[in-house]
Design a protein around this ligand. Structure first.
Ligand code: NAD
Ligand code: ZN
Length: 359
């Protein structure tokens, strides 16, 4: 069976394109109870971008705090219930922020169409009703959350996405200028998420010409941004990284991530480690599996003076290491892609625990 993927309907790309948001929302304002919900990363509270959000009287702006925790099922359920109780069904949701805000906006838009808790919809094609119209405006490049068919949520039992045909955005506004304020370490870690997507996508059994076409271009752009002669956090590189992020995500949508993401999910689940950073910690112990990518990753770390901590696992309990290994092991589709259909003969909890102990 070949995947039948849902893509984004419309994309605007370019420096300053955020200014088109008002015009884009106008024709949708008659839908449902005629108001929009803006889910905005609270980094932008009080910044000039806040004043440029084209709100009308009934619109709701929710600033969300993303620097500590990744999006949670409980948070989505609360937001949906509170908004529906106060004003009924909105015309749509606009997410402005990094991967966290993208996922919150996607999950919220889907959940406006479903009954009960979002934990019931973590998985593939579990949501049966359309949600509401939703627009994504990323302000950090790398995760590919802007184009992925999943909204990753951490619930009481698992970190797993709501993945269904209603999840992807109806509209993207890709304005590289919005990413210029990202602190250097985040710029590096989240950009590495894109780089690692391409490496993992290209080294597993699901890799194919579609994934390669997008992945090759995303890798080329990542190399220019992180290793090129004008590497660094420049405006030109912001334009490149935004396209790399999108293409890396598209490459993945027709392939799969691998061992690094399996380990990274374990770290995020147990310690709440941010996705891009968790990927860097994991990739740093995966020389045996991704040797070429690993060498290039080390070069990128060195070029940008990023030092990853060592000996982290000394502080971890056996129970925490076991839990992370169990979370990782359960991500069978990632191991299957990376190692092969017989992965269970080659991978066990002890082996995964050993990888965590190297961190
Ligand atoms: P993020 O959204 O978690 O934000 C990281 C930090 O950057 C926050 O403190 C935020 O306030 C700040 N920030 C955001 N934009 C900024 C800007 N322009 N200037 C300054 N600071 C800014 O970061 P992320 O790395 O983009 O996303 C990680 C999240 O994405 C995780 O929750 C992860 O699960 C999710 N993710 C989803 C997918 C998917 O396919 N759906 C893929 C990968 C990751
Ligand atoms: Zn990722």
């Amino acid at each position: 069976m070949f995947k039948n993927i849902k893509n984004i309907d419309k994309i605007v790309y370019g420096v300053g394109s955020f200014s088109q948001l008002e015009e884009i929302l106008a024709p949708k304002r008659d839908e449902n109870n005629k108001y929009f919900v803006f889910v905005v990363d609270d980094f932008f509270k009080g910044k000039s971008l806040e004043k440029q959000i084209p709100t009308k009287d009934k619109d709701i702006v929710k600033f969300i705090h993303t620097s500590k925790d990744e999006p949670k099922t409980e948070q989505i359920d609360q937001l949906r219930d509170e908004i529906i109780d106060s004003q009924g069904l909105p015309s749509g949701v606009v997410g402005i922020g990094g991967g966290s805000a993208m996922d919150i906006a996607k999950a919220l838009a889907v959940m406006f169409g479903q009954e009960g808790s979002s934990t019931l919809y973590q998985g593939l094609d579990l949501a049966k009703n359309p949600g509401v119209y939703h627009v994504g405006i990323p302000t950090i490049s790398g995760t590919g959350a802007e184009c992925s068919t999943t909204a990753v949520l951490t619930g009481p039992e698992k970190k797993l996405g709501i993945k269904c045909e209603y999840t992807p955005f109806d509209q993207l506004i890709l304005d590289p200028e919005l990413t210029m304020s990202v602190p250097k370490d985040h710029w590096f870690y989240t950009g590495m998420d894109c780089y690692i997507h391409c490496i993992e996508s290209s080294t597993g059994r699901l890799y194919n010409t579609f994934s390669k076409a997008y992945g090759d271009e995303a890798l080329r752009l990542c190399r220019e941004v992180y290793l090129g002669k004008n590497s660094g956090q420049t405006k030109e590189n912001a334009e490149k990284l935004m396209v790399a992020s999108l293409f890396g995500g598209l490459s993945l949508s027709y392939s799969e991530v691998g061992i690094c993401h399996a380990l990274s999910y374990g770290l995020s689940y147990v310690f709440g480690t941010r996705h891009g950073y968790a990927n860097c910690l994991a990739f740093n112990v995966l020389e045996d599996y991704y040797s070429d990518g690993y060498k290039e990753f080390k070069e990128m770390l060195e070029t940008h003076n990023i030092e990853l901590p060592e000996g982290l696992s000394k502080e971890w309990t056996e129970e925490q290491i076991t839990k992370m290994a169990e979370i990782s092991y359960a991500l069978s589709h990632m191991w299957d892609h990376a190692i092969g259909t017989d992965w269970q003969e080659k991978v066990d909890l002890e082996m995964i625990k050993d990888l965590f102990r190297r961190m």
